[in-house]
Write a protein that binds this ligand. Structure first.
Ligand code: HEC
Length: 332
């Protein structure tokens, strides 16, 4: 198969050093990069032409990464599983980075399905996720995008289930200093934001807040497995008991989950958490109505086990009661 051969053969020697540093998660330091004659510059990264979600023609090296701190990943909008979760997690990182986005830090999400992901499709997709300034979605020619994935050492040949097998990974780096590392969009958003915002430092915007270690909690709160699941798998898209006009509710991609265990039938909820994709495909009426209401953005199948579904539901049951109506205080 040509794609497989392509994945294994080319640029192997050229990428080996890069891969070694990147895969192990070790930063390739500025010094090392300089010593090796700045290998992660224009001579390493292909300057392939790409088109943004706004239809603007750009070049990968010159326009997207040169002199910048960037997070690069590969997505495709037709993917209902890992990609929407990845995009939702990165969106959290974007929110945490605040003002730095588009000034100090840039996100680059490149489609691996350029035939279907036209600029218009990508624009719609970015809109569904409330993507802000500094985050560009791109499409281009298949062969150019494959070359980029190889060079970034995150090419996985589509061997099992076609395209949805693309490797879920993210390359973050500072082109100016030559520091690059491989991460995952599933990484804790706080850690990713810290990596991008301070570890790869070349700030133009000052650090917000005056937190010191002296204010750090001395012990970590005990968290149930259900809460842990909620925080790592659900909270990038859902809020829980957030007032309708709060930022959390406005930023949420899916419905607020407060009181959901009382509102919905248990069997429906259990199945929904196991296989929302199948329920939608089977045209379950509620699933279809929700899908239409929430921007036609499908809730991903998160591959939860029966036990995990029960755990997350019992967390929602305990913590997701709608806020009690305010008691009227009699004035004297
Ligand atoms: C990538 C975003 C995303 C993630 C992650 C996600 N959801 Fe959803 N969820 C949605 C969307 C969007 C909807 C609305 C239905 C649709 O469009 O498919 C939804 C709908 C729901 C509903 C139905 C609400 C109702 O009114 O009946 C429940 C329950 C739910 N999600 C629970 C969860 C739980 C629990 C998790 C974590 C284990 C989770 N979701 C993870 C996006 C997400």
């Amino acid at each position: 198969m040509t794609t497989t051969a392509r994945a294994l053969m080319p640029a192997l020697t050229a990428t080996l050093m890069f891969v070694a540093g990147v895969i192990a998660g070790w930063p390739v330091t500025a010094k090392a990069a300089a010593a090796a004659d700045a290998p992660w510059g224009a001579s390493y990264f292909p300057n392939v032409p790409l088109v943004t979600q706004d239809g603007k023609k750009v070049r990968f090296f010159d326009d997207l990464i040169k002199g910048k701190v960037v997070a690069i990943n590969f997505v495709f909008t037709g993917c209902s599983e890992s990609c929407s979760m990845e995009t939702a997690r990165l969106r959290e990182v974007q929110d945490l980075l605040g003002d730095r986005m588009g000034k100090d830090v840039f996100f680059v999400s490149i489609s691996i399905d350029p035939d279907n992901d036209t600029p218009e499709v990508l624009k719609q997709y970015a809109k569904k996720f409330n993507v802000g300034p500094g985050w560009t979605f791109l499409t281009g020619k298949n062969e150019d995008i494959t070359l980029l994935r190889e060079k970034l050492a995150i090419y996985a040949p589509p061997v099992l289930n076609g395209k949805s097998d693309h490797e879920v990974s993210l390359v973050v780096g500072n082109q100016a200093t030559g520091r690059w590392m491989k991460s995952s969009p599933m990484e804790n958003p706080q850690i990713l934001a810290t990596t991008l915002g301070s570890w790869l430092h070349n700030w133009k915007v000052p650090v917000a807040g005056k937190d010191t270690y002296a204010n750090a909690p001395t012990h970590l709160p005990q968290m149930s497995r259900g809460e842990e699941l909620y925080r790592t798998r659900c909270s990038s898209c859902h809020s829980l008991g957030a007032p309708a006009d709060s930022l959390a509710a406005l930023r949420a991609i899916g419905p607020d989950l407060a009181g959901i265990t009382k509102q919905r039938d248990r069997a429906w909820l259990t199945r929904w958490l196991k296989e929302p994709d199948r329920m939608l495909a089977e045209k379950d009426p509620l699933a279809t109505a929700l899908f239409l209401k929430y921007n036609k953005l499908a809730m991903p199948n998160l591959r939860l086990s029966d036990k995990e579904v029960a755990q997350v539901l019992s967390f929602l049951e305990e913590h997701g009661a709608p806020p009690a109506p305010e008691k009227k205080v009699a004035r004297q």
